[in-house]
Write a protein that binds this ligand. Structure first.
Ligand code: XMP
Length: 337
C-alpha cells in the first residue's frame, strides 16, 4: 500500500543519480552560504517565497539562508500540526523573533488529526502527513500569500533513505518523481539537499543560529507521529509528548546523537496498588551515531534507565511498562514508524 496517491500525481524521472553529496570535509561554509543565497535570489527573482520552520537544524538553517537572500519576500510559518513537542511552537518563534525574523504560527491541528484518523500502517501515516502538509495546508497558504516557491530543508540522507526504500521521508517529492508545480501549485527549493546533518549544523552556525538550534539532536519531519505505533490520535500523542519531555530532560547531558520515546500499540497487564492495571508501554531509545545511517544504542547507566522508568510510569498517566531498545541500526531504524 506504499504511497498509492503518489503515483497518480504528475511524475518526472527520479533524479537521485544527478545529486552529489557535498561532504563535510569539502564544505567551505561561507562560500556555500554565498552560493546558495545567490541561487535562491536568482530562482525566486522578484517573486515571493514561503517556508515552514519546524525548529529543527535543517529548517532553521534554510530559514536563515532564505531571509538572507529574500528578506521580507520570504514568509516563514510554523505549522502547528498537533504532533510537535511540548512548548515547541512558542520557543521556536521567540528564538527567531530574537534574530529579527517574524514567524507566523498556523494552527492546522485538526487537518492533521483528521488525515491520520484510522491509519495504522507506517507508510500510510507518513503519506497522510505529506499530503496534509503540502497539499491541504501549504497549498492554501501559498495561494493566500501569492508565493510561487517553497523553501525547505531536505538533506542528503532524507533523499537517500527514501530512494533506497527504507522510509518515505515526509519532505521528499521531486526525487520520487513528483512535479510539485503541477501537483501543489508551487516550486520547491532545497538549498541544503547536498549536505548531511553535520554539514548543515556547520552552515547553521556560520549563519548565526544560536547553539541551542544548530546543535539540536535531529527530530523527524513527521514529528511525534514517527513515535506513535498504531493510530495517531491527539490523546496518544499527548502520552508520547509527556514521555518525550522526560526522556529529553534526563538524557540531554549525554553526548548521544538522538534520544526518544515511542508509544507502543499493544497494551500489557500491569499493577498499581495491588490491582490490575491494563496499560500502555513506552519504549526508550538512545543512539550513538554520526550521520543516522547506522546507529548503536548508548550504554546508559542502569540508574538512568531506572529513573526513566520511574518517572515515565508515575508522571505519564496510563503507562505501566518502560523498555529500552538494545538493537543496532540496522536492522532497527532510529524512529519506530
Ligand atoms: P530512521 O528512523 O530512518 O531515521 O533511522 C534516520 C534519521 O532521520 C530522521 N527521520 C526523519 N527526518 N523526515 C525527516 O525529516 C522523516 O520522515 C524522518 N524519519 C526519520 C530520524 O529522526 C533520524 O535522525
Amino acid at each position: 500500500m506504499l504511497g498509492i496517491k503518489i503515483f497518480i500525481m504528475p511524475i518526472r524521472p527520479i533524479r537521485i543519480m544527478e545529486l552529489k553529496e557535498l561532504k563535510l570535509e569539502d564544505l567551505n561554509p561561507d562560500a556555500f552560504i554565498e552560493e546558495q543565497v545567490e541561487e535562491i535570489k536568482s530562482v525566486v527573482g522578484s517573486g515571493l517565497a514561503i517556508n515552514a520552520l519546524s525548529g529543527g537544524v535543517d529548517s532553521s538553517t534554510v530559514t536563515l539562508l532564505g531571509h538572507r537572500a529574500l528578506g521580507d519576500r520570504l514568509k516563514t510559518c510554523f505549522i502547528e500540526n498537533g504532533i510537535m513537542r511540548e512548548g515547541e511552537p512558542e520557543r521556536i518563534v521567540s528564538l527567531f523573533q530574537a534574530m529579527g525574523i517574524p514567524v507566523e504560527i498556523v494552527d492546522a491541528k485538526q487537518q492533521f488529526f483528521d488525515a491520520l484518523k484510522g491509519l495504522t500502517d507506517p507508510e500510510e501515516k507518513r503519506e497522510a502527513i505529506t499530503q496534509t502538509f503540502y497539499k491541504t495546508v501549504f497549498g492554501t497558504l501559498v495561494k493566500e500569500s501569492g508565493a510561487n516557491y517553497l523553501l525547505q530543508g531536505t538533506n542528503f540522507t532524507d533523499v537517500e533513505e527514501t530512494v533506497a526504500g527504507v522510509k518515505r521521508q515526509h519532505n521528499i517529492l521531486e526525487q520520487l518523481g513528483i512535479d510539485t508545480q503541477a501537483a501543489f501549485g508551487y516550486t520547491v527549493i532545497e538549498p541544503v539537499i547536498r549536505l548531511r546533518k553535520p554539514a548543515v549544523r556547520v552552515v547553521g552556525q556560520a549563519l548565526g543560529l544560536p547553539e541551542e538550534l544548530y546543535s539540536r539532536p535531529p527530530f523527524p519531519g513527521p514529528a511525534l507521529a514517527a513515535r506513535v505505533i498504531g493510530e495517531v490520535t491527539s490523546a496518544r500523542v499527548d502520552v508520547v509528548r509527556k514521555a518525550t519531555a522526560i526522556v529529553e530532560a534526563e538524557l540531554q547531558n549525554t553526548d548521544a546523537f538522538q534520544y526518544l520515546a515511542i508509544l507502543h500499540e499493544d497494551k500489557v497487564t500491569g499493577m498499581r496498588e495491588g490491582k490490575r492495571d491494563y496499560g500502555m508501554q513506552v519504549e526508550v531509545r538512545c543512539w550513538e551515531s554520526t550521520d543516522a545511517q547506522t546507529g548503536t544504542p548508548t550504554r546508559l547507566p542502569y540508574e538512568t534507565l531506572e529513573r526513566l522508568a520511574d518517572r515515565i510510569t508515575t508522571e505519564v498517566p496510563g503507562v505501566v511498562s518502560v523498555t529500552y531498545n538494545i538493537t543496532k541500526k540496522p536492522p532497527s531504524t532510529i524512529e519506530a514508524v
